[in-house]
Write a protein that binds this ligand. Structure first.
Ligand code: ADP
Ligand code: MG
Length: 363
């Protein structure tokens, strides 16, 4: 499998003004939307058509986990299905690695799905009479890869998701979380560049869910994959995503990092979502560190060069873990080979106090 690519700005998926209108008169409805700017309600009333996705544009860059968040019915599944042409748009374009997927032949489309884009659904739909290994190898079987080779690849993918000991079992012997792992292994076995996940963890218990969220993020990053991850849970989006797009009534109303969205919600709707989110997510090494001179003033005998190091973007989980692991009471924050600050347990606690007391106005 490939490792992370240096060019992180390369756009892998580019959606341009995508629309999906469902219904018999969708073409006429689309015309009126363009001509008269009809809204979702009017389209339903005048044409008996449902607007699934409305003028959505987004770019997924190489190496990033892009989350799409919205309530049930906001158009998330419709949007993600447009990305690999499981459905075709009523208007607008999807470019995958610069190629307009509307122009692909059936063979090219199959190739693209096999090589560039893998998908994991909310209910993984494992084949009940096949073993875990056969299920994980299924995508490769469809591609016509020999049994020996596909089993070897599927086995490696199952190992990656922690199911090495379960290859010969059947789906009904597995818990829900493990079945989702098989689904992920099946997607990973084809070694796609981009993984599409439609609410894969929504049906799981909170504890398992959190564990899978962390594992998924780590796995995606360590394999150098890119992902589009759908969820109706903003906490999950923040935990997993590098960037988040928030959908409402088929439209994307805000795209940004968790920090950008929490600190600067685009409208009341987003603000309401954000109100329930803990500000602890916003703690980063750069926001709680002391300057080097400040640190040296209070700890004149401390040797900064021998401190454990981290990056300015390290989050609270990482900062706590490093603090617990280190026998010194400080962590050096390094940017471009330069120590730009020092995080102390005290500074970290001050940060926690500040952000939990703070609200949007203060931030
Ligand atoms: P989400 O995944 O965010 O819950 P969906 O993308 O499934 O939302 O649905 C968005 C809207 O499109 C909803 O109003 C839904 O009823 C409608 N919709 C989705 N699929 C179809 C379809 N095949 N035919 C008609 N309407 C659909
Ligand atoms: Mg859905």
């Amino acid at each position: 499998m490939k490792t992370a690519n240096a060019d992180t700005n390369e756009v892998l998926i580019d959606c341009q003004s995508l629309w999906k209108v469902f219904g018999d008169k969708s073409a006429a409805a689309m015309k009126s939307i363009n001509a008269r700017g009809l809204g979702k309600k009017q389209v339903l009333k005048e044409y008996n058509c449902v607007v699934g996705v409305a003028n959505a544009s987004l770019q997924v860059r190489r190496g990033e986990i892009f989350c799409i968040m919205g309530l049930s019915g906001s158009g998330k599944s419709t949007l993600i299905r447009l990305l690999n042409k499981l459905i075709t748009p009523s208007s607008g374009k999807v470019l995958v690695k610069g190629r307009d997927i509307a122009a692909l032949s059936p063979v090219e489309l199959r190739q693209m799905r096999a090589m560039n884009i893998g998908m994991v659904f909310q209910s993984v739909a494992l084949l009940p009479h096949r073993t875990v290994l056969e299920n994980a190898a299924f995508g490769l079987e469809v591609q016509g890869i020999s049994k020996l080779e596909r089993n070897k690849t599927a086995k490696a993918a199952l190992e990656t998701v922690g199911l090495a000991d379960w290859v010969d079992r059947y789906p009904n012997e597995l818990s829900g979380g493990m079945q989702q792992r098989v689904g992920l292994a099946r997607a990973l076995a084809s070694d796609p560049e981009i993984i599409l996940m439609d609410e894969p963890f929504s049906a799981l218990d909170p504890l398992i869910r959190r564990q899978l969220q962390d594992e998924f993020r780590q796995l995606t990053k360590s394999l150098g994959k890119s992902a589009v991850f759908i969820t109706h849970d903003l906490d999950e989006a923040i935990r997993i995503g590098d960037r988040i797009a928030i959908m409402k009534d088929g439209a994307i109303i805000q795209t940004g990092t968790a920090e950008e969205i929490i600190l600067n919600p685009a409208d009341d709707y987003v603000a309401e979502f954000v109100a329930g989110i803990s500000r602890l997510h916003l703690i980063k090494a750069h926001s709680v560190m002391h300057s080097v001179t400040e640190f040296q003033r209070s700890e004149p005998n401390s040797d900064i060069s021998s401190l454990v190091r981290t990056t300015p973007d390290a989050d609270i989980d990482e900062l706590i873990t490093l603090t617990m692991q280190s026998d010194r009471d400080a962590i050096a924050v390094v940017d471009n080979d330069q120590v730009v600050g020092v995080v102390t347990p005290r500074g970290l606690l001050m940060g926690v106090k500040g952000t939990s007391n703070n609200d949007r106005a203060a931030a």
